[in-house]
Design a protein around this ligand. Structure first.
Ligand SMILES: [Zn+2]
Length: 390
């Protein structure tokens, strides 16, 4: 009898622990990717009509990091295919996060700090090979995006080339809800220190790579690391290899010295996929305006983020003001959107509500042609110029 009670209690505990583990990924996602409570945004008819005609593009979302099925819609997190469609988003760059130091902050992070993504990979029951390899983590997240095209071809197309982009735009004539997705990295520690992995990532559909994330890595210093160092020899070789393959280089999170070094050796324009402008919002997350000008002068594009450390608030108004500041600084041809949705930030809106930015840009007096450019046409033409041809 006693033995039976003991066994039942044990079984009860096992079931309890197992269900807690099953619920944990959703709880983490929900608590780490909230949206600020807000009343529905008031949007003018003019803004809605204009927004419906835009090609909207966003350079940065970490949605593949979480266990949500992006084919379905959720009442938590920031982006999935149905919500991208509701926001009239045409082009979405999905970035893959592979390492994040415990105690992550914008000022100073040790390269050797414990990594949060290892625990997240285990809790989310990712394949065991992702527990120890950053490269495998990037591949696993990329495969989710590639798989989306197979499971949801009516609504989603993966874009890997200028040719694909042409096909996508044709498909969108008959199916204006079609979303085009691209794949990038958040930091090149995803190479696991091996240059050959640049080509392996390329072969697995990666078309943009950022160099650093929150800590200094083998390629050079992070804006939030400890060294402030520029590019290393390995970093230079990695950039040569990326540019040989027509992989777009993203200098988000890179130290100012890395940005300067990349500008001096790059033969292609750069992207900052998610950032703000220091002249609008002074923040350790943003590099200096003078470097932004240099990036723009070489044909680069700056994606304006939707969260407080980038634009000092998280409202559509603050994003619109940062965009208008950026236009004044570097010109309307060089400003774009870089949400950082699902990147453990707290935006004031999710991707289904992007019309609120169009509304605020109009309210602030920006012309319709400029709105078209910053909301997505600049991203489209950058991709038309810089993706591999086929
Ligand atoms: Zn980031």
């Amino acid at each position: 009898m006693t033995k039976k009670i003991l066994l039942n209690s044990l079984l009860f505990i096992v079931i309890l622990v197992a269900s807690a583990l099953m619920l944990l990924p959703k709880m983490l996602d929900k608590s780490m990717n909230p949206v600020s409570e807000h009343a529905p945004f008031v949007v003018s008819k003019e803004a809605q009509a204009l927004h419906n005609t835009l090609i909207v593009g966003d350079w940065h979302a970490d949605s593949a990091l979480w266990n949500r099925d992006l084919k379905k819609t959720y009442d938590y997190g920031h982006a999935d295919i149905p919500r991208l469609q509701a926001g009239n988003v045409a082009l979405q760059m999905f970035t893959t996060v592979t390492k994040s130091p415990s105690g992550q902050n914008y000022d100073s992070n040790e390269t050797g700090a414990n990594d949060n993504i290892t625990a997240l990979a285990i809790v989310q029951r990712w394949p065991i090979k992702t527990w120890s390899s950053l490269f495998e983590r990037a591949m696993y997240q990329a495969n989710k995006i590639k798989d989306l095209e197979k499971r949801d071809p009516e609504n989603f197309m993966l874009i890997e080339s200028q040719y694909d982009l042409g096909i996508f735009l044709l498909k969108r004539v008959n199916n204006p809800k079609m979303v085009g997705g691209l794949i990038g990295t958040e930091g090149s520690h995803a190479l696991d220190g091996n240059l050959d992995n640049v080509e392996r990532l390329y072969e697995n559909s990666f078309r943009m790579m950022s160099l650093q994330h929150f800590f200094d890595n083998k390629l050079g210093g992070s804006l939030h690391g400890t060294s402030g160092a520029g590019l290393t020899e390995f970093g230079r070789q990695a950039i040569d290899e990326m540019q040989r393959l027509d992989i777009i280089i993203d200098v988000s999170h890179s130290s100012e010295n890395v940005v300067k070094d990349v500008l001096s050796i790059s033969n292609q324009p750069l992207v900052i996929s998610h950032t703000g402008f220091n002249g609008y919002c002074k923040s350790p997350r943003n590099i200096s305006d003078s470097l932004m000008i240099e990036i723009a002068e070489k044909g680069g594009l700056i994606g304006v983020g939707f969260w407080d450390a980038a634009v000092c608030d998280n409202t559509p108004r603050s994003v619109a003001e940062a965009i208008i500041y950026g236009i004044g600084l570097i010109g309307a041809e060089h400003v774009a959107l870089g949400s950082d949705f699902d990147g453990t930030i707290t935006p004031g809106f999710d991707t289904s509500e992007l019309v609120a930015i169009t509304h605020e840009l109009l309210e602030l007096g920006l012309g319709k042609e400029e709105i078209r450019k910053v909301m997505g046409e600049n991203m489209l033409s950058f991709l038309q110029d810089n993706l591999p041809k086929t």
